[in-house]
Design a protein around this ligand. Sequence first.
Ligand code: ADP
Length: 158
Amino acid sequence: MRRAIYPGSFDPVTNGHLDVIERARKLFDEVIVAVAHNDEKQPLFSLEERLELLRETAAKIDHVRIAEFNGLLVEFARAQKAGAVIRGLRAVSDFEFEFQMALMNRKLDAAVETIFLMPKEEYTYLSSRIVKEIARLGGDVSSLVPVCVAKALSRKFH
Ligand code: ADP
């Protein structure tokens, strides 16, 4: 069984995340979407809300499981018997941070390989942060996120 972990904040899940999950599913038998507790980042959506929005969207894809994790990613990967970590790369601006994380994770556990996937072009400019900003200002996010996420955003801001 080839299993990969796709970690992130998913605050909230966007069409870009779903695109990466679909691509990862073509390469792995099972993809575990792992939501980081991330207390430092002051998320808009609580952990439970972020998990629920993923359950309503990503979990509908075959062989995709939603989990939460706290602590070191490589330890979580080991516990789940996953040999790979998936990350999305949008632009050069993602590269430096992702490169540092990937090499540090390799130093912590050389058995876990990080794999970068590029989303469909139209999602290159998409991030949870920009979606929240547009929604906060009353803009239309319906082409950027699943319907349940658009509804959850409008409940947060109106
Ligand atoms: P984090 O807080 O770990 O950056 P995110 O939820 O913002 O969590 O992102 C999780 C992963 O998904 C990261 O690897 C990020 O680069 C990637 N990602 C986010 N949005 C997109 C997108 N539109 N296209 C491709 N990858 C994306």
